[in-house]
Write a protein that binds this ligand. Structure first.
Ligand code: F0G
Length: 360
């Protein structure tokens, strides 16, 4: 960092981003998230494999959205916008609300009523966004904000805003910088499909500038009840406990397919049960609390291990690496954690009773 203090992804990766000296930098020091070695999961894949977890839940608002939002809001301010709007399953709204607050501009968010995690809703509200819960799902909300931004001078900050993708691609730069090259495989959840688009763009740019040698095989996972790309058709009523990826008609559908096909990867699905098993395993074995949508990465990894997908890589005795993206923090959705594990029973405040319960 040349003795400079870290000031977020725009400062760090300025030369890869569409900014100039005239662009005001609205930042919360997002990015620079840890890539954590996952010993337990590595052992499950095989002796030649290193699994890493890109813990995007450690961004300032608790999800990867901050990478794209710093750029989208900075560019909106450069264009003298006074208001931004987004549709969201929760994390985009939390991030947009926080960055709009820093910028001092208005933020409007449309969310599917009753279908976003409590932590995310509390964030959008406390940062002062105008939060509108609609009787409809994310796809309906996105349709509405597209229409609104066509008619009124409000900037759209969903990932169809290209600055969002530009900002989010910096996560792949960080992975390459840390590992010294791109990983062999990357596993991630897919919802509206902006993030898989962004990572793939980032990896290709780094390679084209000779800053990395390899390109990873991109492995995306949708939730079983919300898997339009896997099923090759929009899903009218998507359903999953992973509310962040409860999306039936992804905006970046075709670029997700490009990422999949150009990288020789796949986009598959995992059930809610598989997601919850992975969610619990991640917390219990690796000490990381990620939200259910993020656990889709781990559920995907477990599914691929079971299928023998990595067998041939294990056989040729060369080391290989897998990076799983953990897109959001577990604290975003505390209700899910408490529902997954039985809550503690209330006991008498009595030493004997407590010691007996502990098992001594
Ligand atoms: N993981 C989390 C935690 C998310 O919040 C999202 C998307 C995804 C994965 C999927 O990323 O849409 O780029 O494929 N959340 C959006 C939102 C839709 O409104 O917060 P994607």
């Amino acid at each position: 960092m040349n003795g400079q203090k870290y000031k977020g992804i725009i400062q760090k990766y300025r030369r890869f981003l569409p900014v100039s000296e005239k662009t005001p930098v609205i930042t919360l020091n997002e990015g620079n998230t840890p890539l954590i070695y996952a010993g337990y999961l590595s052992g499950l894949v095989g002796k030649n494999c290193e699994v890493y977890l890109k813990y995007e839940g450690l961004n300032p608002t608790g999800s990867f959205k901050d990478r794209g939002m710093t750029l989208a809001i900075s560019k909106a301010c450069e264009a003298k916008a006074t208001a931004v709007i987004c549709a969201s399953t929760g994390n985009t709204s939390a991030s947009a609300a926080a960055y709009a607050a820093v910028a001092g501009i208005k933020c409007i968010v449309l969310i599917p009523g009753g279908a976003i995690a409590l932590g995310k809703l509390s964030q959008a509200l406390i940062h002062g966004a105008k939060v509108l819960a609609i009787k409809g799902n994310f796809d309906a909300a996105l349709g509405l904000v597209k229409e609104i931004t066509q008619a009124f001078p409000i900037t759209l900050v969903n990932s169809i805003n290209p600055y969002r993708i530009q900002g989010q691609k910096t996560a792949s730069f960080e992975i390459c910088d840390y590992l010294g090259d791109a990983p062999d495989f990357q596993i991630m959840p897919v919802g509206n499909a902006g993030n898989i688009t962004a990572y793939w763009k980032g990896y290709k740019e780094y390679q084209s500038q000779a800053l990395s040698k390899k390109l990873p095989v991109m492995l995306g996972f949708q939730a079983q009840g919300a898997a339009p790309i896997v099923r090759n058709k929009p899903i009218l009523n998507p359903e999953t406990i992973a509310t962040a990826i409860r999306i039936g008609n992804p905006a970046s559908w075709s670029s997700a397919i490009d990422a999949r096909d150009e990288s020789g990867g796949l986009i598959d699905l995992v059930s809610d049960t598989q997601i919850l098993t992975a969610y619990k395993m991640l917390a219990e074995k690796e000490g990381i609390f990620a939200e259910p949508a993020s656990a889709a990465s781990i559920a995907g990894l477990l599914k691929l291990i079971k299928k023998g997908y990595f067998k041939k890589y294990n056989l040729n005795n060369k080391k290989f690496s897998i990076v799983c993206i953990l897109t959001g923090h577990g604290l975003k959705d505390p209700e899910r954690a408490i529902k997954t594990i039985s809550p503690p029973k209330l006991m008498r405040a009595d030493l004997k009773t407590i010691i007996k319960e502990i098992g001594y």
